[in-house]
Design a protein around this ligand. Structure first.
Ligand SMILES: *[C@@H]1O[C@H](CO)[C@@H](O)[C@H](O)[C@H]1NC(C)=O
Ligand SMILES: *[C@@H]1O[C@H](CO)[C@@H](O)[C@H](O)[C@H]1NC(C)=O
Ligand SMILES: *[C@@H]1O[C@H](CO)[C@@H](O)[C@H](O)[C@H]1NC(C)=O
Ligand SMILES: *[C@@H]1O[C@H](CO)[C@@H](O)[C@H](O)[C@H]1NC(C)=O
Ligand SMILES: *[C@@H]1O[C@H](CO)[C@@H](O)[C@H](O)[C@H]1NC(C)=O
Ligand SMILES: *[C@@H]1O[C@H](CO)[C@@H](O)[C@H](O)[C@H]1NC(C)=O
Ligand SMILES: *[C@@H]1O[C@H](CO)[C@@H](O)[C@H](O)[C@H]1NC(C)=O
Ligand SMILES: *[C@@H]1O[C@H](CO)[C@@H](O)[C@H](O)[C@H]1NC(C)=O
Ligand SMILES: *[C@@H]1O[C@H](CO)[C@@H](O)[C@H](O)[C@H]1NC(C)=O
Ligand SMILES: *[C@@H]1O[C@H](CO)[C@@H](O)[C@H](O)[C@H]1NC(C)=O
Ligand SMILES: *[C@@H]1O[C@H](CO)[C@@H](O)[C@H](O)[C@H]1NC(C)=O
Length: 386
């Protein structure tokens, strides 16, 4: 059983008050109260006015001088190579780890038969302003204040990676458990927050190898940002996230989800569905983009089933008049294991390649397309009895 048991139990807990405030970055959107799901089959909002790109949300929200806490920025890329890059500070399975301890976990799979897998350690620093940047030594990702470009530069084991990602959706996704922006779980104090600053990005760049090859990279990329002032194990058993990208010639759908299982069995699920229509003859430039769903804990709008034994993930979202009442279905298989990153405290994050098919409304009828993506599963270390 690769993933362990995932309960289907879902709950919409009523939150009386927000867990104790973090020192969010000025201008960040976390913790704002929304009264509904962000998008309910909108079908047509080409520029988001609800989940606006908010550059401040991607900045470190855990201060390096805090006594505890952890924070991750995960880039998942699918294209020339599967690429997983995770900048982090602190440790999600050890509350007493100083957030000033930073690292970058790296996997670039099958570069001419070699997996580039490494961990770079050092202090995480950042800059904010017109250009924002998160760095560990010379390795950084930076983005502009309009949150359009997210550019990675990394030097690892003699390789140089440049991965410049254009945020095609010009949107960010904030799950909102209890309707609080960015809240992934409402148990524990403080809570776990997260957002997806880039739900759909198109990356260009190169990988220079130690033997002086210069390989062009073309990929689809998602950036996720997750943090808490406390280690997870006391109140979270596991969480998983996934992204699946559609490859139809006429449209590209992006489906991102979070599923978080708390120790008492409550499961929170949040999902995002956006569409990009490519310019004819092009795969990287889009005539238009739109967000159709951005929902949290709403089983009427989002049905997710993760079958750990079969390695299958099925998800569906209903249609509405905007889609000619045609629904969306995503059927995914966890193909191969890409990597496992182990925390200091014994938690393991596992990454799997996803492939499968989708049925979705387009031009008034249901069409099918193939999809591919990445599944991430974090398994907290076994709990001490208390
Ligand atoms: C789990 O805990 C949360 C928060 O305390 C509560 O809202 C929820 O109802 C609990 N779920 C179960 C299944 O007991
Ligand atoms: C977003 O724009 C749409 C269409 O113009 C409008 O109906 C909706 O009320 C707007 N939402 C917000 C939160 O401003
Ligand atoms: C290495 O892989 C890249 C990308 O797949 C390819 O373009 C290049 O020709 C390969 N180089 C060698 C020496 O096989
Ligand atoms: C990111 O890279 C793109 C493409 O090279 C460039 O246009 C953009 O200015 C860069 N942005 C930042 C913040 O470095
Ligand atoms: C690799 O090629 C790109 C152009 O595709 C160029 O901009 C870059 O400088 C080259 N990098 C190295 C290390 O040669
Ligand atoms: C997904 O759908 C297929 C086809 O209906 C089914 O065989 C499979 O059991 C489903 N998987 C899950 C996890 O529901
Ligand atoms: C896809 O998953 C849905 C459930 O989300 C299921 O009803 C359907 O049969 C599945 N289709 C295939 C081809 O697996
Ligand atoms: C979403 O829209 C459907 C109709 O399209 C409506 O029945 C449902 O109540 C809405 N749900 C929410 C959470 O707004
Ligand atoms: C879609 O469903 C709504 C509500 O059931 C109905 O009023 C409408 O006629 C349907 N539209 C189409 C194109 O079937
Ligand atoms: C990751 O761990 C799982 C479960 O232990 C194992 O099946 C898989 O082969 C590992 N993957 C890699 C790339 O080492
Ligand atoms: C995913 O890829 C595997 C291996 O290439 C293949 O056996 C499987 O049928 C694919 N699954 C789907 C749903 O396309």
């Amino acid at each position: 059983m690769p993933f362990g048991r995932l309960s289907r139990l879902s709950a919409l807990a009523v939150v009386g008050c927000l867990p104790s405030a973090l020192g969010f970055q000025p201008g960040a959107d976390y913790g704002d109260y929304k009264t509904t799901n962000l998008y309910n089959c909108s079908g047509s909002f080409h520029t988001s006015n609800v989940t606006v790109p908010n550059s401040a949300d991607t900045l470190p929200q855990i201060q390096p001088l805090s006594a505890s806490g952890w924070e991750h920025w995960d880039f998942f890329s699918h294209g020339t190579f599967p690429i997983i890059l995770r900048w982090s500070q602190g440790d999600q399975s050890m509350s007493n780890t100083s957030p000033s301890v930073g690292k970058i976990d790296v996997l670039i799979q099958n570069v001419n038969g070699t997996n580039v897998q490494s961990t770079l350690a050092g202090q995480l620093t950042y800059k904010s302003g017109d250009v924002n940047e998160v760095m560990i030594g010379p390795n950084s990702f930076k983005w502009d204040s309009a949150a359009q470009w997210f550019n990675v530069t990394l030097r690892v084991d003699g390789y140089t990676l440049v991965l410049n990602t254009f945020s095609a959706m010009l949107d960010s996704f904030h799950p909102n458990v209890g309707y609080y922006n960015g809240l992934l779980s409402n148990v524990g104090d403080p809570a776990v927050y997260g957002s997806v600053p880039v739900p759909r990005g198109h990356s260009y760049g190169y990988l220079a190898t130690p033997d002086h090859q210069n390989i062009s990279i073309d990929a689809l990329t998602v950036l996720q940002h997750t943090f808490s002032q406390q280690a997870l194990p006391p109140y979270i058993n596991k969480y998983s996230t996934a992204v699946a990208w559609g490859y139809s010639k006429s449209f590209y759908d992006t489906h991102v989800f979070y599923q978080i299982e708390e120790s008492n069995g409550t499961v929170h699920e949040a999902a995002y569905l956006g569409r990009a229509i490519p310019l004819p003859g092009s795969s990287g430039t889009f005539e238009s983009t739109s967000v159709t769903y951005a929902v949290t804990d709403d089983t009427a709008l989002y049905q997710l089933s993760v079958n750990p034994v079969m390695g299958m993930i099925n998800a569906s979202l209903p249609g509405c008049p905007a889609t000619n009442n045609i629904s969306y279905a995503f059927n995914l298989t966890t193909a191969n294991s890409l990597a496992n990153f182990t925390d200091l405290g014994g938690g393991v994050t596992m990454y799997y390649a996803l492939n499968g098919s989708t049925t979705a409304p387009f031009g008034g009828s249901a069409v099918t397309g193939s999809i591919a993506g990445v599944f991430q599963l974090y398994q907290a270390p076994a709990k001490q009895s208390c």
